[in-house]
Design a protein around this ligand. Sequence first.
Ligand code: NAG
Ligand code: NAG
Ligand code: NAG
Ligand code: NAG
Ligand code: NAG
Ligand code: NAG
Ligand code: NAG
Length: 391
Amino acid sequence: MGRFTSASILLLWCIIATTSAQVPEYVKSYTRLESAVATGAVCLDGSPPAYAYVEGYGSGSSNWMVYLEGGGWCFSLENCINRSQSFLGSSKYEFIGNTVNFTGILDSDSRYNQYFYNWNKVFVHYCDGSMFTSDIRQVDLSNNLTFRGGRIYNAVMEEMLHEGMGNAHNAILTGSSAGGLSTILHCDRFRALFPNTTRVKCISDSGFFILGEGALANISGRHFAQVIATHQLGALLPKSCTSKRGPNLCLFPEYLVEDVSTPLFLVETAFDLFQIAYNFIFSVPGLGPKQWGDCGKNLAQCNSTKIGIMEDFRSIFLKTLLKLDQSSSRGMFVDSCYLHVHIVRRYTWICSPLLRNRTLEQAIADWYFDRSPFQEIDNNASPQNCPTSLY
Ligand SMILES: *[C@@H]1O[C@H](CO)[C@@H](O)[C@H](O)[C@H]1NC(C)=O
Ligand SMILES: *[C@@H]1O[C@H](CO)[C@@H](O)[C@H](O)[C@H]1NC(C)=O
Ligand SMILES: *[C@@H]1O[C@H](CO)[C@@H](O)[C@H](O)[C@H]1NC(C)=O
Ligand SMILES: *[C@@H]1O[C@H](CO)[C@@H](O)[C@H](O)[C@H]1NC(C)=O
Ligand SMILES: *[C@@H]1O[C@H](CO)[C@@H](O)[C@H](O)[C@H]1NC(C)=O
Ligand SMILES: *[C@@H]1O[C@H](CO)[C@@H](O)[C@H](O)[C@H]1NC(C)=O
Ligand SMILES: *[C@@H]1O[C@H](CO)[C@@H](O)[C@H](O)[C@H]1NC(C)=O
């Protein structure tokens, strides 16, 4: 890691440029979609859905990127009640001024986002806790809870079609974390909004939550089964999956991506901070988030036992990923950074480690614009803090 290569000089330049430039991120307020309430498309607490929109211009004026916000999910009635009283279950709570920072793949500054800076961009607020999928008719009146994520997705897409999205030359559905999983679930349906002459592809960032094996499968399997039960998702998950296996497996990307026919790019790290810190460690006897402690924030705080646990996770994660058929239209950029979420931060978007001599930004652009396929997994078997450990 200490080698002074041209790549490390490039990275150093990149970090200085993205941290010291004092270039403000592009901030935009949310729009509440009041008209959606009549169709029953509402957040957990009954408030209207919300999105933030930045208009495209120049060569990007007929290109559209839709970003589905992430932020976990709720897995029980009590947990959803809690969520409904917070930003991620409502549109009525202020969150950092009720604005969205358009950054990383959403950045409007061409220095930090060469290929997509002038596209139309839509940031869809996540307030249903079900990956934009639930659709329960009955409102839970005693708790004032409404489960309608699927309707929110439809209402926002309809609004964007009104704004002209249907005439796009190029379109991308993307999202990070739970939004990355939402992207996988909605990818083919998004494709169907456009004529076949539109180039439509999906980018899922840090959304490949694995079932895994052994004790991990026990924990992750039970957890997603609870999410499915809470939101009654069984009949709403892709039939291509539920017709072949139990619906409880059909929130796991490892059982979904092979049936996605639209080109899909998976951005991942083999040392995903969230999956390790909130799921994998429960499968290790005597270990929980408490014992994981500051190791969840900073790699330097992880002792050798914990590094070993992370390496065990990596081998299960890569085994799961490599079991997929290697469709050439699927893109893959899997690094060894100890983080979660890559594409919506300046650092991790343009200062990523190089894989096959490409940054993440370059790899995605080459794949998206059909210049070259990209499927690379970093062979570094130890976690690295690169370029930042924030999550
Ligand atoms: C339920 O929540 C909505 C939206 O926040 C609010 O307008 C309504 O008054 C609430 N109803 C009850 C019975 O609390
Ligand atoms: C709900 O929130 C309360 C208060 O913050 C907390 O004590 C409880 O653990 C939460 N329960 C769940 C299931 O999220
Ligand atoms: C947006 O970025 C500014 C500084 O770059 C930061 O202070 C603020 O918290 C960010 N807002 C959100 C919603 O992340
Ligand atoms: C696109 O759709 C049209 C009309 O539905 C069809 O005739 C044409 O073959 C399709 N082209 C491709 C490349 O699929
Ligand atoms: C899964 O969990 C159940 C209940 O806690 C336990 O009985 C079983 O042994 C576990 N299986 C594995 C493979 O860990
Ligand atoms: C690392 O930390 C964990 C939790 O605090 C502890 O159980 C383990 O023994 C430590 N390992 C070493 C090698 O110190
Ligand atoms: C890597 O990319 C850089 C810049 O794109 C280029 O100058 C260099 O020749 C490439 N190196 C290799 C080994 O392909």
